[in-house]
Design a protein around this ligand. Structure first.
Ligand code: UD1
Ligand code: BG6
Length: 371
């Protein structure tokens, strides 16, 4: 039931304040004034010791689920101190990459049925790793065959392009980082700030959803373009990949997410006065580096659309012609949840304006159960 919405993708984008609330329900424990706040993930608690002792955590997934893991990787590395590596399921299988007993392998899948992810799970089980699932589907193959895991509880997702599952996956993996991370005094303030950020996240998502009309106006400007680049780095490298994936899969427009640190190693050659470029430059440890990227793109006459934190428009925009998308600022590791939403809206409006099928894009399936 689409309710007041025209498409499931649109409904699922707008329902993210509620889906995130459900994802976090019963999992954030807010202590009194003296008591520390904490996170409880019932599905992981019996295996936390093993996870904390592992030599490496390997995230494995496909498509949007892979991107969600990439968004969560920095905070997991920071709070756990454990090396975190990333594997696209098919590539792990192609390489028959080494997986060891000392590894924790985390399988991220909305449907819990993706063939490559499931085969990678069998492979990791055979190699003796502790296998953890993060899925939206209770009773799915991945939920059943992993040793333990977490249901993201985002509710049924119907649009082929994943939206609300992506933001709930990031929220769950941020909570996972909090429970795996050592409860050391030195990280307590940071941890509390993230927990406060999670509690307030649905409100901030409600705020960013107000950009709907602005994104529709931007889509009108971009309707006839051949291509769109999205530059990001740090916490928002994943946002660049995921924003580009949405534009590609539903709007059927070529789009590429680019790691801004690689700009000079190729992508800069594409820059001219015609190609539209989104640069994600919200406030975090990479902000000044992104300011410099914007300057360099501007020097080459790049057609810039800059996503920045509220109030930063004048400090990030090099000229009048640069468009801005101002988003609410949240804790740095949660910012990918906010930043992807204008790009989801942009992809949605581009698709409708270009007259393509929103909920069932050409050639794609919600769940890819064959190799
Ligand atoms: C569980 C209940 C929830 C209840 C809550 C109360 C289920 C599905 N969930 O939620 O209804 O409100 O307790 O305490 O009954 N698992 C995997 N692989 C996965 C995902 C999950 O093995 O990919 C396992 C978990 O390790 C756990 C079980 O499935 O044993 C349920 O996981 P989850 O729903 O995340 O647990 P809770 O949040 O504790
Ligand atoms: C398909 C879907 O390609 O599978 C994507 O169209 C999805 O939206 C990908 O990200 C992975 O699916 P899952 O269910 O394993 O997260």
């Amino acid at each position: 039931n689409k309710g007041k919405y025209e498409h499931y993708m649109q409904k699922e984008i707008h329902e993210q304040p509620e889906s995130l609330t459900t994802t976090m329900r019963g999992r954030l424990i807010r202590g009194g004034s003296s008591k520390a706040k904490s996170v409880l993930l019932g599905g992981l608690k019996d295996n936390l010791k093993t996870i904390r002792r592992s030599r490496r955590i390997v995230f494995i997934g496909c498509g949007t689920s892979y991107n969600a893991a990439l968004a969560a990787r920095p905070i997991l590395e920071e709070l756990s101190g454990i090396p975190v590596s990333m594997e696209i399921a098919s590539d792990l299988l192609d390489r028959q990459a080494p997986i060891y007993r000392e590894d924790t392998a985390v399988f991220v899948s909305q449907s819990g049925e993706t063939a490559d992810t499931l085969l990678a799970l069998q492979y990791a089980l055979e190699n003796g790793a502790l296998c953890v699932g993060i899925t939206n589907t209770v009773g799915s193959a991945i939920a059943r065959h992993t040793h333990c895991g977490v249901h993201i509880n985002a509710g049924c997702e119907i649009g082929v392009a994943s939206t609300k599952a992506y933001t709930s996956q990031i929220a769950v993996m941020a909570m996972m980082a909090l429970v795996i991370g050592d409860d050391t005094i030195s990280s307590q303030a940071r941890r509390n700030a993230i927990i406060d950020g999670l509690v307030d996240l649905p409100n901030k998502v409600r705020e960013v959803l107000k950009l709907d009309q602005e994104m529709k106006d931007l889509a009108k400007l971009l309707i006839a373009e051949q291509s769109l680049l999205v530059f990001g780095r740090g916490y928002n490298y994943a946002t660049a990949l995921e924003g580009a994936l949405k534009v590609k899969e539903v709007a059927l427009m070529h789009s590429e997410g680019i790691l801004a640190g690689e700009m000079k190693h190729g992508p800069l050659a594409l820059v001219d006065e015609n190609l539209p470029i989104v640069v994600i430059a919200t406030r975090d440890g990479c902000f000044s580096k992104q300011q410099s990227v914007i300057q360099q793109l501007h020097a080459r006459k790049g057609r810039l659309i800059v996503m920045c934190s509220k109030g930063d428009a004048s400090s990030v925009c090099p000229s009048e012609s640069c468009r801005v998308i101002e988003v609410p600022q949240v804790e740095d590791c949660l910012q990918p949840v906010i930043n992807v939403i204008p790009l989801q809206l942009l992809a949605y409006h581009l698709t409708v304006l270009r007259g393509h099928n929103v909920d069932q894009p050409r050639n794609l399936a919600k769940s890819v159960t064959t190799q």
